[in-house]
Design a protein around this ligand. Structure first.
Ligand SMILES: Cc1ncc(COP(=O)(O)O)c(C=O)c1O
Length: 455
């Protein structure tokens, strides 16, 4: 550790606000400063190498330092870094990407793309386009949104309003009126004590049905959910859940918005999460894996049904939403190169295959008394930590187990993420079986050490 590195840490403590943490806590805990990445590894400023078991933030799906993406950046920078897409101007990479996404999601009948700068933006676009759709349909009373408890839809006021975790809402209320959360298909913890996943799916779909009826179907614009709830703890529904939800939405004419920001582009074994469940949503919010985090980018996709309302000749349908960086040329060029890799290397297929092996190895962790549940789909997995298996009381920091687990994993050479009482794994989709083995080795060492630390 050099004086320069200490100065960097001190400057971080002095000047940076980090997301989702009390600044005093962040100030007291010098960050791990990442300086370099390659493939499934990153290095800190002291030169120590770590296995990146979280693909940074579920997003560096093709791995770090891909030459194809660097080439795309350089080539695009030589032509044009940025020009606006307002005022009837456009640029080739954005046009190419919109056509590519429409092609990629033709099975879902997605036809139009509204670009933005990230996931929260994409959700905001989804909510606004949904409301505007109903105005264009002459049903302006359809304004409400229903979403899931533990759902995460980003941090803008719209996304925070449909967010199902009070921790993200409390400091910023009052939020948008007309947003309601219902139970999520969370097998390990649900208010009914239901342990049959298919029955739970039915109960949750029935609750959606009742919620729509209770609000009045002609007041509900859309239901929004993640195909697998990510930040909420990798909550994997039964395979019948999304088809049931689609049927309930159809019964009441309610739009179905799929938040694909984590599940898009292969993470759970299909090009989008809804497709993995055999369902076509009306609107999709995408970001993260769209270009593996190289340049911030989000996209809201709408299907024919929604788009048609905007193209009706008599409709006053100006999209009064968009950002300076909507259709950013550099971001879109990197997305085009990134999606070539995702398709060319069949990363959705790989996610299924390596994800199955990851699931097999994670089962071993049930032997630790602190493990209440293990679950996942594709390369998205969680180990849920509990104080006691019988009571299912969540095991969270500052209990010594949690910091000891993180510290040992780092010492052994892996970055792991613990959110609340869930250890979340979302590695790059280029992860190999050997990388899974290395993850398991490090996690076993971490669970053993953390178990000793909490004696
Ligand atoms: C499902 C989901 N939606 C929305 C977002 C917000 O995306 P961003 O952080 O890019 O604004 C995230 C971020 O993790 C997410 O997981």
């Amino acid at each position: 550790m050099s004086a320069a590195h200490d100065a960097l840490r001190a400057a971080n403590a002095r000047h940076m606000f980090h997301p989702m943490v009390d600044p005093k806590v962040a100030r007291a805990n010098p960050p791990l400063i990442i300086e370099r990445g390659q493939g499934v590894h990153v290095w800190d400023i002291d030169g120590k190498r770590y296995l990146d078991t979280v693909a940074a933030l579920w997003n560096v799906n093709v791995g770090h330092d891909r030459p194809e993406l660097k080439r795309a950046v350089a080539e695009q920078l030589d032509k044009l870094a940025y020009y606006s897409t307002f005022q009837n101007t456009s640029n080739p990479p954005a046009i190419e990407l919109s056509a590519r996404l429409a092609r990629m999601f033709a099975p879902e009948k997605m036809t139009q793309v509204l670009f933005s700068s990230g996931g929260s933006d994409a959700v905001e676009g989804a909510l606004k386009l949904a409301r505007q759709y109903w105005q264009l349909e002459g049903r302006a009373g359809r304004t409400k949104f229903i979403s899931l408890k533990l759902g995460y839809h980003g941090v803008h006021f719209g996304g925070a309003s449909v967010n199902g975790n009070p921790a993200f809402r409390a400091a910023y209320e009052p939020l948008l009126p007309g947003c309601f959360q219902i139970e999520s298909p969370y097998l390990y913890r649900n208010p009914w004590g239901e342990s049959d996943p298919a029955h739970l799916a039915q109960r949750c779909a029935d609750e959606l049905d009742r919620a729509i009826q209770y609000q009045g179907a002609d007041t509900v614009a859309a239901f929004i959910a993640e195909p697998v709830q990510g930040a909420g703890g990798v909550i994997v529904p039964h395979e019948s859940y999304w088809p049931l939800v689609r049927a309930v939405c159809d019964k009441h004419g309610v739009l179905l918005i799929s938040d694909e920001i984590v599940t898009g582009f292969g993470r759970i074994g299909a090009m989008c999460g809804a497709r993995a469940w055999g369902v076509a949503p009306d609107i999709m919010a995408m970001a993260k894996g769209i270009n593996s985090g190289i340049v911030p980018l989000g996209a809201t996709l709408i299907n024919e049904r929604v788009a048609d309302a905007y193209y009706r000749p008599e409709a006053q349908a100006a999209v009064m939403h968009g950002y300076t960086y909507s259709g950013h040329a550099l971001a879109c060029a990197t997305a085009n190169a990134n999606l070539e890799i995702v398709e060319g290397e069949n990363l959705a297929g790989r996610s299924l295959e390596v994800g199955a092996y990851l699931a097999e190895r994670l089962e071993e962790f049930r032997r630790y008394p602190q493990v209440g549940d293990v679950r996942g789909k594709g390369l998205m997995a969680a180990i849920e930590l509990v104080v006691d298996r019988a009571t299912k009381e969540p095991l969270v920091a500052p209990a010594p187990f949690v910091p000891a687990l993180i510290a040992t994993a780092r010492r052994e050479g892996a970055i792991v993420r613990i959110q609340g009482n869930r250890l979340i794994l979302s590695p790059p989709l280029v992860f190999s079986r050997a990388d899974v083995d290395e993850t398991a080795r490090i996690l076993h060492a971490a669970f053993d050490a953390a178990g000793r630390a909490s004696l």
